[in-house]
Design a protein around this ligand. Structure first.
Ligand code: PLP
Ligand code: CA
Length: 304
């Protein structure tokens, strides 16, 4: 395409691009919905792509729910044709990594939400039970002898005790250190933000003197999960659509996919242009191939 390279595309250019691609990867928050509110037109875009026979998958760094919950959420927000097999979350992919890649023997200590724990359990990966009195100190708790991995994700019930226990487990060099994702923060309504998994990972990296292996975007592993479950995925036929340059665009470029930034979420087009003009060439991986205001801009392409 002559129009590739950090510029807004519209009308016939969008139509050509959608015709040329047969596999669409959508980030969720900021692209498909904002929290509990669907982006206007997004449900129609998704169902139109599916109806045209395109493959559509969702890649979210949100590790707080098991995939089953996402199916319900999609349905609740009007996406009535999204199935479990189309959902790739950082919690699901973390479970696959522990089960199939490292084949963890022993228990996993989870510093994360209940939803992350249940996704691991669903995959048959045993987790340490969180049974301690929250007022206890690190001296009051027994440390499990067979913890072979610490997995950090977004944790809205984080306690100092959990952080202390995770730090203790990571003293063992044979205990793996994984993070569901490294997102720094997430926007909420009213100008508020939510600290992301990355902020908790950073705390544990400092305490342990170690670096976590990141499972979610921008790491390639989520794309490997998709490739292993959809036969014959050709990166050249894929379009990764996201709202955050540092996660979604980098993920796409790490995996050899064309990337599209939508301006309904975190990143602005000016930030993309700054990365494009940066002398640091590694910053160029954060630059989207295409930009649209919203995925609702796809809609005219589905009309006759
Ligand atoms: N993690 C948490 C806890 C979130 O609340 C969000 C967005 O709301 C995300 C991750 C980012 O999700 P996504 O990758 O779908 O933008
Ligand atoms: Ca997002």
């Amino acid at each position: 395409f002559g129009f590739k390279g950090c510029q807004k595309i519209r009308g016939p250019q969008i139509r050509n691009l959608l015709e040329a691609k047969d596999f669409f990867l959508f980030d969720c928050d900021g692209v498909i919905w904002h929290g509990e509110k669907a982006i206007t037109g997004a449900a129609k875009v998704v169902s139109s792509l599916i109806r045209q026979g395109k493959n559509v998958v969702f890649v979210t760094n949100n590790c707080t729910r098991p995939r089953e919950n996402y199916v319900h959420k999609f349905y609740r927000l009007g996406f009535t044709d999204v199935m479990l097999e189309q959902i790739f979350s950082s919690s699901y992919c973390s479970a696959l990594y522990l089960r199939d890649v490292v084949k963890v023997r022993g228990q996993v200590f989870v510093m994360g939400c209940e939803g992350l724990r249940s996704e691991l359990q669903e995959a048959g990966v045993p987790c340490v039970e969180e049974a301690d009195d929250p007022d206890a100190t690190i001296y009051d708790c027994a440390l499990a002898p067979d913890v072979k991995a610490v997995l950090v994700g977004h944790d809205d019930k984080l306690t100092f005790l959990k952080l202390a226990k995770a730090s203790c487990y990571l003293r063992d060099p044979d205990c793996l250190f994984l993070a569901t994702d490294n997102d720094p923060w997430h926007p909420l309504s009213g100008g508020r933000i939510l600290p992301g998994s990355g902020s908790l990972t950073a705390a544990l990296e400092v305490a342990s003197g170690r670096k976590a292996t990141v499972i979610g975007k921008p790491s390639r592993f989520m794309f490997e999960c998709i490739s292993s479950q959809f036969r014959g995925v050709d990166p050249a036929q894929c379009l990764m659509v996201g709202d955050r340059l540092e996660t979604d665009m980098l993920f796409g470029s790490n995996c050899g996919l064309d990337t599209m930034l939508t301006l309904t979420g975190v990143s602005q087009i000016e930030e993309a242009q700054e990365y494009q003009n940066s002398e640091l060439t590694t910053n160029h991986s954060l630059v989207p191939d295409y930009v649209v205001d919203t995925i609702a801009d796809f809609l005219p392409a589905f009309e006759e």
